[in-house]
Design a protein around this ligand. Structure first.
Ligand code: GRF
Length: 216
């Protein structure tokens, strides 16, 4: 069976990356491998996790004054060179522009800590608790579109909101659900059981990306 080449983009601690690395390493026939980890933060723990797992890891920092489109084009070139067939955003804290999102449409997914469309954006756990009376919270994996935290939902995992929860206890419960959900979704995509309803999908034709130098 062909093994899907996955790239993971992460800015921080990388616990979802770890769940993906673990699944790729231990599950016989996971159907995917982590080919590359990219961070926009050179000190990100995610890069260390990749190195520990023997996976290529690279920091790509925005240069001073660099426009989003130019950064995104550099990122695309690195992903193409790594042969990425699916890109998993896992706590990647940079907004990716429409050209990047279109370029990777059908091959670009994100995990978000809420049951979308409820609670897009940041600080989801604190907002859930502040609202009061919310009984179910959770996480969502979705195909990425240009609008942040939008795009067709692939799968969700719900957890209860318990009396006495604070943002940290609720976050830990959701994170644990994330670690189960994300590898399941990636394995299902690798097995060809899921595809973006509006995209060409892994295995479809690859559109070459022009680097900013080539465009001039
Ligand atoms: C997760 O909660 C994920 O849903 C969100 O960012 C967080 C990343 O955590 N997009 P980690 O770096 O994977 O531990």
């Amino acid at each position: 069976m062909a093994v899907l080449n996955v790239a993971v983009l992460a800015s921080g601690r990388g616990s979802n990356l770890q769940a993906l690395l673990d699944r790729a390493a231990v599950a016989a026939g996971a159907g995917f491998r982590i080919a590359l980890v990219v961070s926009d933060q050179p000190g990100a723990a995610a890069l260390e996790r990749a190195a520990t797992a023997g996976v290529s890891a690279v920091a790509i920092e925005p240069a001073a004054g660099e426009r989003r489109a130019a950064f995104d084009a550099r990122l695309s070139v690195v992903l193409e060179r790594a042969g990425a067939e699916l890109i998993c955003l896992a706590g990647f804290m940079r907004i990716l522009g429409p050209a990047f999102v279109d370029r990777w449409r059908g091959r670009l997914i994100n995990i978000h800590p809420s049951l979308l469309p409820a609670y897009p954006g940041l600080d989801t756990h604190a907002r859930v608790l502040r609202d009061g009376g919310v009984r179910r919270h959770g996480c969502t994996v979705h195909w990425v579109r240009s609008e942040v935290d939008a795009g067709p939902v692939i799968a969700q995992a719900a957890v209860p909101v318990r009396p006495g929860d604070d943002p940290a206890t609720l976050a830990a419960r959701v994170l644990s659900a994330e670690h189960g959900l994300y590898p399941e979704v990636v394995a299902a995509i690798a097995a060809g059981r899921l595809s973006d309803p509006g995209g060409i999908g892994p295995g479809g034709p690859v559109q070459p990306t022009m680097s900013s130098a080539e465009k001039k």
